[in-house]
Ligand binder design. Structure first.
Ligand SMILES: [Zn+2]
Length: 518
């Protein structure tokens, strides 16, 4: 099977391989975060040539962001200051709105954006961090479900029910269920942590009990103050980023009506005949290049009817059902056509092909995954985007489009994932170790972790990177070993009966649980 295109990024950063591909697909990504200081100024210079960030537009944006972040209960002095300085250059992280605020790595994204902006500012180039909330995506299991830890390997499922009439709506529209539902959610989370906390005694037990209650008080406060799934997630994130932490990272929700009115200028640009054609060609050439170089692209090819945004049905009862539009070339004009999946009405938007005007429908348009960054850049001069593995894959197809359009585009930086230990993961590890299983929580891990810290403190970076690389190998090989162990157990179990079979089965469950926790 071909490797993912994100390996191009990794191999360049860690082993200085694939220089040509890394240049084409990632605009030669930063190897050291510190280097944003020297790489950002030419990008900012290019932004100044665009006239995208004129004072009038910037003051509308600031006004809206102050109001949004105040409503979220997180307009701290740091957030306020970041809003005031976004126009001189910014570092972005982004994510969708997910039940309970979403997976923990979203915090890594925000923290990395904050850290990189701070490092660059300390060197004398002022950059502000912000967090773009992609709250326009259609209701889907990935966004309405979240798992919290449980003794089993599956996790405890927290699921926001989707009423039939919201099946095609953006998450920003999905209503939150009543108080009974929320109370059940809280109780299920408590009930599932309890057996894990059992292993702890005395003050350690008291601390984790209190931490859990503190966490639940945040999700409860956010729930009480929100009416939609999108808003609930935003409140949790705003609170964690800026009140629990003090990152000074404003949230920029893409579905706010005022922000949609500002994003439309970028949509008109991307839709204009020349830009659209250049972009489609670059996207196609890049996809071919990725495949011919032996990698899997993050996104499929675009067809010739591609429109760089979606439309939300304005009809009553459709709850902004989201639909794809198709490009119908009629010479001087273009028709964007789509059909509402809820009411079945056919939508047609007609506009000049060379210089489109979308002002009248602006509040019903929303970005796509591959146009989001371009659109955000037209309202905030973004010099770096912090992303995860998924984004590493699809930015490889988006970055070359910005070159074809000759417009500024942020450098892509993959955030360092932080993992943390838990009491229950460690005690499960111990129990497995006693049964002869090779686990991650072992001496080698702690000794490498110690080395990384020591070398970093002594600024011996080459040795630190070697240690990081062995940490990577240790994690990957332990993971592979545990999966191999599972496979062997599966084979052995076939030949066993009674007590032996039962013991083997419980070992299998323990390993599976460990794999899902560690
Ligand atoms: Zn409709």
């Amino acid at each position: 099977m071909p490797k993912s295109v994100q390996d191009v990024y990794h191999d360049f950063i860690w082993n200085n391989l694939n220089q040509d591909l890394a240049e084409t697909l990632y605009d030669t990504p930063l190897v050291i975060m510190h280097d944003l200081y020297s790489r950002a100024p030419p990008i900012l210079e290019k932004y100044r040539e665009t006239l995208w960030h004129l004072p009038e537009k910037m003051s509308l944006l600031k006004k809206e962001l102050i109001s949004v972040n105040r409503n979220l209960g997180a307009l701290t002095p740091g957030v306020h200051e970041a809003i005031e300085t976004l126009e001189s250059g910014a570092v972005e992280a982004a994510h969708q709105t997910v039940a309970l605020g979403g997976p923990v790595y979203i915090l890594n994204k925000a923290a990395t954006a904050h850290r990189i902006a701070t490092m660059t500012t300390e060197r004398g180039l002022n950059l502000a961090p912000f967090f773009c909330v992609a709250d326009y995506d259609i209701v889907q299991p990935e966004l309405t479900n979240m798992r919290t830890p449980l003794m089993g390997k599956e996790g405890n499922l927290v699921s926001i029910p989707v009423p039939e009439e919201y099946k095609f709506s953006p998450v920003s529209q999905l209503p939150l269920p009543g108080k009974d539902w929320y109370e059940q959610v809280e109780e299920s989370i408590r009930a599932n942590y309890r057996p894990m906390f059992k292993a702890l005694e005395g003050s350690a037990r008291k601390v984790v009990d209190e931490r859990l209650e503190q966490a639940l008080s945040i999700t409860r406060w956010a729930y009480i103050n929100s009416t939609t799934a999108g808003n609930w997630a935003q409140r949790i994130l705003a609170r964690l980023f800026n009140i629990e932490g003090d990152l000074g990272i404003p949230l920029v929700p893409a579905s706010s009506i005022e922000i949609r009115n500002l994003l439309v200028e970028g949509m008109e640009f991307l839709l204009s005949r020349k830009a659209r054609e250049r972009c489609l060609r670059a996207f196609d050439d890049t996809t071919t290049l990725i495949i011919e170089s032996g990698y899997n692209p993050g996104m499929g090819r675009r067809d010739s009817s591609y429109v760089p945004f979606f439309y939300e049905c304005p009809n009553e009862g459709c709850h902004r059902s989201r639909m794809e539009l198709h490009y119908i070339d009629q010479g001087a004009t273009v028709v964007l056509a789509g059909t509402c999946p809820t009411c079945g009405e056919r939508i047609e938007i007609e506009t000049p092909a060379d210089t489109p005007y979308l002002g009248e429908v602006a509040t019903h348009l929303s970005p796509r995954v591959d146009s989001r960054q371009f659109l955000v850049d037209t309202i905030i001069p973004t010099v770096a985007h912090i992303g995860g593995p998924g984004e590493t894959a699809y930015y490889a197809q988006v970055i070359p489009c910005s070159k074809a359009l000759d417009i500024p585009f942020p450098l892509f930086i993959k955030y360092p994932r932080v993992y943390f230990n838990t009491h229950w993961g460690e005690s499960l590890g111990k129990s497995l170790e006693e049964k002869g299983v090779t686990i991650l929580h072992r001496k080698d891990l702690f000794s490498i972790a110690g080395k990384i810290t020591r070398f970093r403190r002594k600024e011996r970076y080459d040795e630190m990177n070697d240690a990081l690389s062995s940490l990577h190998d240790l994690i990957v090989s332990t993971h592979a070993g545990l999966n191999e162990h599972l496979r062997e157990i599966g084979e052995k179990m076939d030949g066993l009966k009674g007590k032996d079979h039962h013991e083997m089965r419980s070992l299998k469950l323990e390993i599976e649980r460990y794999l899902s926790w560690a």
